[in-house]
Design a binder for this molecule. Structure first.
Ligand SMILES: [Zn+2]
Length: 194
């Protein structure tokens, strides 16, 4: 083979490698995009439904916060963790009975000692709460699975990238280009020194 033929051959080899990987890159990009686009609204819905199940007055705010902050990764995860931290906080704080000063859990509607009504008690119980709890669980599972697929697609993307890099490094064209650059630099340094 002449030098020119070699060049054509190895150019083709690199072209062929790029073509082989191109589809994989595109597929993983689309998969990551679709998975992430699914996870954001699902996690937002999970937060909304969970808040509804807990009779939280700010359910819509939490749903929008978790859903929309997903536009800036990992805003939805941060908002989700903040929500998980505060979702039960209101129930655990103690209140003191106005009548007998007895301390009891804020989520109780009445004082367990004297029966006086709790003015800081929870909002009226929503009959649909179990339904919201069920939806919250379903949305959370879908959202987390989609997030998992997103992470796997990103890992796959990098794995493919390194595999491509290794294959390109292995080609004759790369090593000859590398040798050429190496020789040039070597000659430059050599000429400067002597
Ligand atoms: Zn009391």
């Amino acid at each position: 083979m002449s030098a020119y033929e070699y060049e054509i051959f190895y150019e083709y080899e690199i072209f062929e490698i790029m073509m082989r990987y191109g589809g994989g890159f595109l597929l993983l990009c689309l998969l990551a995009l679709a998975a992430y686009a699914t996870s954001c609204p699902m996690l937002g819905l999970a937060a909304y439904n969970d808040a509804r199940a807990k009779c939280n007055r700010n359910a819509t705010m939490w749903g929008l916060l978790v859903g929309l902050l997903g536009l800036v990764f990992p805003g939805n995860l941060v908002a989700g963790i903040v929500y998980l931290c505060v979702r039960n906080s209101g129930q655990n704080r103690p209140v003191y009975c106005m009548n007998c000063r007895f301390p009891y859990a804020a989520q109780l509607p009445n004082c367990p000692q004297c029966g006086a009504p709790n003015p800081f008690g929870p909002p009226p119980y929503d009959v649909n709460a179990p339904l919201y709890a069920k939806r919250a669980k379903r949305d959370l599972i879908i959202g987390l699975v989609a997030l998992g697929v997103f992470v796997l697609a990103i890992i796959g993307f990098f794995a493919l990238f390194f595999s491509l890099a290794f294959e390109l490094v292995g080609t004759e064209q790369f090593s000859s280009a590398y040798n050429e650059i190496y020789n040039e630099i070597y000659n430059d340094i050599y000429h400067e020194m002597y």
